[in-house]
Design a protein around this ligand. Structure first.
Ligand code: ATP
Ligand code: LTN
Length: 336
């Protein structure tokens, strides 16, 4: 079977959970890269709603957020005619392959997943089987499309390793069924930290408003969040592991403008943290101002957004079907 299913471009796939609101971390760690890849690769981007229900969701908000995320993707520059944009639950092959892969994933492997440990601590009253099984569903998302590259932030590296291990294990037993995927992690911006607590990852659903910068925050709120961002003792703008607040703001600036840390240090030499924070705020605000304007227009057309998802699901399902069929065949299931 041709792994790339009639397409010469290498397949890219990634997903974001429609939980909370999209943050600058999601943008710099994932979304910005997605946009850069759309010309060169055969890209698939999923709103992973099946993953999202591993934590309790309000049904109305979940639906609303899927439209919000899709409209924001498009406003940021992701073109629905060049990328397959879809909702995971619309393509049943994801859940079907996840079941199969469950039987090729060891409990010992899942026990090592750090995201499961973190999320279990945060949701001690709802440590459900879905949360534990989350990485297997993610492996299914990826392997279902013969994906070559997976653009994600640093925190997903361990899940990617698991997807690779499962693919290799399956291939060893049944021949060359799956493409073995590779992570694509940006050099800068792969792990944006909280603005109030620069020692923990900025996250869209941990409930701390001041810690995260949301792409749809009013621009004056963004300005305030940066001005109040925790920096470190001292006054020098210098990149150092032991100055996590300043290092984080420098990473944000560098990820957006492409400037090196050395160039940023030179630009802000002798100017103190106040000027530096205002400079970072300005760059972020000017990047997001046009995005927010486009977003409002795109979000208004909900039937149009729904059509994009319907079309995306059809295209995704067509791509996934032969792969699932092949998996069933090698396992010995009677063809449908
Ligand atoms: P949640 O708080 O709901 O767990 P999250 O903000 O961690 O959400 P995910 O949906 O888990 O977001 O991740 C979406 C993508 O954004 C992934 O590729 C992930 O690696 C990336 N990402 C998430 N947070 C950051 C961050 N702080 N810095 C860089 N990339 C990030
Ligand atoms: N687990 C990912 C979201 C995700 C994903 C995927 C990312 C689900 N399926 C497939 C890349 C490819 C996260 O960011 N928490």
């Amino acid at each position: 079977m041709n792994k790339n299913q009639g397409s010469k471009k290498a397949v890219v796939l990634s997903g974001i959970q429609p939980s909370g609101h999209l943050t600058l971390g999601n943008y710099l760690g994932a979304l910005k890269n997605w946009i850069a890849l759309q010309e060169q690769y055969d890209c698939h981007y999923a709103l992973v709603d099946l993953h999202t229900i591993t934590a309790r969701q309000d049904p109305k908000q979940l639906r609303e957020r899927c439209y919000e995320f899709l409209a924001l993707y498009i406003a940021c520059g992701l073109d629905p005619s060049k990328n397959v944009l879809f909702v995971q639950s619309h393509v049943p092959a994801h859940a079907r392959l996840a079941w199969v892969l469950n039987c090729y994933t060891m409990v010992g492997e899942l026990n090592r997943m750090t995201q499961f440990k973190d999320k279990s601590q945060k949701n001690a009253n709802n440590i459900n089987a879905g949360l534990y099984d989350y990485p297997v569903l993610m492996a299914a998302d990826i392997l279902l499309y013969q994906t070559r590259f997976v653009p994600v932030g640093e925190d997903q590296k361990q899940h990617l390793e698991l997807a690779r291990d499962v693919a290799l294990r399956f291939n060893k037993l049944y021949g060359d069924v799956f493409q073995v995927p590779e992570p694509m992690i940006p050099r800068v911006g792969a792990r944006i930290m909280g603005l109030q607590d620069p020692t923990s990852k900025m996250s869209k659903s941990d409930g701390s408003e001041a810690n995260a910068l949301y792409l749809l925050d009013p621009l004056e709120v963004m300005d305030r969040k940066f001005r109040r961002a925790v920096t470190d003792s001292g006054a020098e703008v210098r990149y150092s592991e032991d100055k996590p607040g300043v290092a984080n703001l420098m990473s944000i600036l560098s990820a957006i403008t492409g400037e090196s840390f050395v160039a940023i240090e030179a630009r802000f030499a002798g100017q103190g943290y106040g000027v530096f924070k205002a400079g970072v705020a300005e760059v972020v605000i000017e990047t997001l101002r046009p995005v927010q304007a486009r977003y409002r227009e795109i979000r208004e057309d909900e039937p149009g957004l729904h059509r994009i998802l319907k079309d995306g699901a059809e295209r995704a399902a067509a791509r996934a079907a032969p792969v699932l069929r092949r998996v069933h065949e090698v396992l010995g299931f009677i063809p449908e």
